[in-house]
Design a binder for this molecule. Sequence first.
Ligand code: ADP
Length: 404
Amino acid sequence: MDTILVVNAGSSSVKFQIFAIDGEGRLRRQIKGQMDGIGSRPRLRASGANGDPMADRAYPIEAVPDIPAAMAVAGEWLRDELRITPMAVGHRVVHGGPDYDRPVLVDHGVVARLERFAALAPLHQPHNLAPIRSLLANFPALPQVACFDTAFHRTHSAVADHYAIPHQLHAEGVRRYGFHGLSYEYIAKTLPQVAPDIAKGRVIVAHLGSGASMCALRDGHSVESTMGFTALDGLPMGTRPGQIDPGVVLYLIAEKGMSASNVQSFLYRDCGLKGLSGVSNDMRELEASADGNAKLAIDYFVYRIGLNAGMLAAALQGLDAFVFTAGIGENSISIRSRIAEVLGWLGVTLDPAENARHAPLISRPDSRIPVYVVPTDEELMIAQHTLTLLMNTPSSNPNHERVS
Ligand code: ADP
């Protein structure tokens, strides 16, 4: 059976999934795996579609020093032990820059363009591109598709895309891109099935995971996002502060003597729920904690979601529905309930019983704004894009060479 490999590479891990394509061209998830501890304590773990374990192996550090080596180990496992040779690979790439408003079939020219955007996402883009480059070198005829977190937001108006800074910087790429686009695109594509009445309306989607943002959808298209130039802006997150006065950054530099890389590391790793609580970046641990600062961090998270919902409702000039997704949004009964309270003025009334059983529709029938929980699936979105691009690009020649 034909399969598609989906790859999401980070600084120390490569997550991968295998999707099988059935006779009708539908995708079915077969394997979820990850190679983590790259360069420190490498470990390959994988499970089947039902969560049944398939592999859990440790490797010596010198066997998996970097992302290309991790790809090679995972590829050998798929090919030699499972006899799986994907017909194409779809990659999550955080930044498509101003150019890419949709996924793209990768060649050397595309990789060169994407490398230019590394300056816009230095902590993510180089890691996302590493497996693409190594597969391109080892399997030049294997179709690879890059799917971007920014692409779904390229429909934003000029006022939503700009900062109030001189034009030259906008031309260079200093824009309000928005991220989590693959998640929002999946939700937008799923809404016509789960909530046909509101799919064409004005919807706020809250992607609340370790990274968190919200997106304003009109008729299934993104019109505004809480994230901007980088994934630091907007809502507070596990370890990122969300919206912060740039004056704070100036203070850190001028008064604390912090370098650009110190500030970068501070903003990406030491702030957000972790920094404010001093307890944890993990919402489950904060909810279980009796520490007063853990409570403050949760209060702040909920408060900022309420403020940003008001902003997005203004961008949409009204609101027809609210959707929760990602780790916190899909799983935390109490956070959903707290957020619904701060959205009360917009016309939200939650049904506590439906919320407690994680129903798809968790608002009361008389709630003016219906509230949904829609599990996201960014990997399926990438697999779908990869398949679509393959089918619509005759020259991509999917059966010519297979990954190993
Ligand atoms: P990412 O994919 O960005 O790493 P996830 O979407 O998996 O993040 O979300 C991770 C977050 O979801 C963590 O803060 C975690 O605590 C939270 N989370 C997961 N399950 C629950 C739960 N049952 N209750 C509260 N928070 C949860």
